[in-house]
Design a protein around this ligand. Structure first.
Ligand code: SF4
Length: 357
């Protein structure tokens, strides 16, 4: 797929746009004043594959937390601030990497101008993020896509006049087709990097499927530099994992361990479902800087063929399991030993990339 060319901006140390790979943002659930809990969320999101983290900053009380989080966070931070330019200015002074500004909740142009000047001085990034749930009142009679686009056009004028270009754009809808259309139009109209997401996607399967359709369609058009999956869930781990899976699925994340497994059928030899659950849990503790494909197959009919195609494969036989490394059978073992052996082989491959062709 051909990637649309955009400017590149640096959110802290994270490059977004230009030739950099598409990155993942996730968002905290915890009030930033609860620093330890918030930091735990950030670390969990990072372990699940997030590259940057957004925090809602609802009041001035949260600012002391921002200072602490900035000191300890493993990920660049974006403060999501509505209605209060004063808090945004203070967050910039506290060293936040980026500020998300929603055109629908920012009215004071003078304070917006001041914010841009401070961000320019402090190398901050502006994420101009419109949302169908909070369109500016004077645009609400327009169609939603037009209103999203116009709200961005109106708000981009001040940074551009100030020669400020560390900008990332987003315009999110709850509707899949509107989301696809608005991102096509943003990509046509601007050269700034795009943060892509479907807003308020929902919970569980519904949210995951809707986000996957919208984001993968947009990414396959070569549009998008940073993504977020917005799911109703108690923490940001699931949304990070889904975002990473989407990037892997469309071939845009070339690192990490991908587990493929057969659906099981009447031929299945052994408890493949439990085995896959266990290996996926174990895999979360192993970080690979390059892609590794791991295949778990339930029988010796189709299993060996599929397992051979992967970097590491396991095909279940009658109480046994065949282990494949780069397409060759290296071991036949009892099924009860297969989990520890597979983890051992994975760790070996991660520490010695030469094992992987
Ligand atoms: S790999 Fe074997 S067990 Fe799994 S679905 Fe295919 S035929 Fe069935």
């Amino acid at each position: 797929m051909k990637r649309e060319k955009t400017f590149q901006v640096f959110l802290g140390s994270l490059a977004i746009g230009g030739r950099s790979s598409v990155s993942v943002e996730s968002m905290g659930r915890v009030y930033p004043g609860r620093v330890d809990e918030c930091l735990n969320e950030i670390c969990a999101a990072a372990a699940a594959g997030s590259d940057c983290f957004r925090i809602a900053v609802p009041d001035e009380g949260a600012l002391s937390g921002i200072i602490q989080l900035k000191k300890h966070s493993p990920l660049p931070l974006v403060a999501d601030i509505h209605f209060s330019p004063i808090i945004a200015l203070k967050a910039v002074e506290a060293g936040i990497d980026g500020i998300r500004v929603n055109p629908g909740t920012w009215k004071n142009r003078l304070q917006y101008q001041q914010l841009i000047e401070r961000m320019k001085a402090r190398n901050g990034v502006l994420r101009l993020g419109a949302n169908t749930g909070s369109l500016p009142s004077h645009l609400q009679k327009k169609g939603r896509v037009e209103a999203l686009l116009d709200s961005i056009i109106e708000m981009i004028e001040i940074p551009q006049k100030n020669d400020f270009h560390r900008i990332i754009l987003s315009a999110k809808s709850t509707d899949i087709n509107e989301t696809i259309e608005i991102y096509e139009r943003l990509a046509d109209a601007f050269s700034y990097p795009l943060h892509v997401g479907l807003t308020e996607a929902g919970e569980g399967f519904e949210g995951i499927i809707k986000s996957t359709i919208a984001l993968s369609t947009i990414l396959q058009k070569g549009i998008g530099n940073n993504i977020r999956v917005s799911l109703t869930s108690p923490n940001p781990v699931l949304e990070s994992q889904v975002a990473v899976q989407i990037l892997q699925g469309v071939g845009l994340r070339q690192k990490g361990i991908e587990v493929i497994s057969c659906p099981t059928c009447a031929r299945t030899r052994g408890d493949v479902v439990s085995f896959v659950r266990e290996i996926k849990e174990a895999v979360q503790m192993i970080s690979s800087p390059f892609p590794i494909k791991l295949a778990i197959m339930g029988c010796e009919v189709n299993g060996p063929g599929e397992a051979k195609e992967a970097d590491l494969g396991l095909a279940f036989g009658k109480s046994t399991a065949l282990l494949f490394v780069q397409g060759k059978v290296v071991k036949t073992m009892h099924q009860q030993d297969a989990l520890s052996e597979l983890v051992k082989q994975l760790q070996l491959m991660v520490s010695n990339p030469m094992v992987k062709k």
